[in-house]
Design a protein around this ligand. Sequence first.
Ligand code: DGL
Length: 270
Amino acid sequence: MAVGVFDSGLGGLTVFDAVSKRLPDVAFVYYGDNAHAPYGVRDAEDIFNLTCAGVERLWQEGCDLVILACNTASAAALRRMQETWVPKGKRVLGVFVPLIEALTERQWGDNSPPREVAVKHVALFATPATVASRAFQRELAFRAIGVDVEAQPCGGVVDAIEQGDEILAEALVRSHVEALLRRMPNPEAAVLGCTHYPLMARAFQEALGEGVKVYSQANLVAESLADYLHRHPDFIGSGTETRFLTTGNPKSVSSKATQFLRRRIEFESA
Ligand code: DGL
């Protein structure tokens, strides 16, 4: 038994990297649905079905707790999964809430009414499906008032990353940032609302300029998972071996994962 980490492809590795460093004694099973990435251009029904299939596979590995290290799945499928599909004794958690808590300077579980926060102009970069869901704005509205969010659907970026084409991914990041800055010239903060984007964090920061605080999820999710497992130690499980599963071609997925994380990652067939 271990903790499951799910993503449509390689992006969740940014979360895996942070959680495995924060919790070195916990075993993780990673599932990348590379055969069906990107999710960001699919409809909600499709994303729900693919995400359930992946999470089910992780349950077969004995992972009673699964982190959806994918904003698109968290935005388009998580609520429906929790309300209609997750059986008793299992948990599926998303990656949105820790990020919004950090942005709105809240502690975990602070359910007080929404209030004014320091940051007023926020740029959101995410997949087309995440932007269309408006899940980020909805979660933010529960906690903060008076925050102006300008969202940029970053078409093509996940595809380029999945293909291992860093040069194309960087060029796309620059053009998406320019498009957003035309509509919101002076954001105070930028949210990388897709777990693939931290792999391009430098390109985002350079295009936005040093004055913009860039929030990405990996470390925030790691802190939040550590806190959750402290309160629910039964979900740690007794597994000792971390494994990586993919629906894609294990050889090519392993080589791209190794290129991005700059350490050897060996995937096996899901
Ligand atoms: N890493 C996923 C996310 O956080 C990418 C989704 C996709 O496959 O388009 O949204």
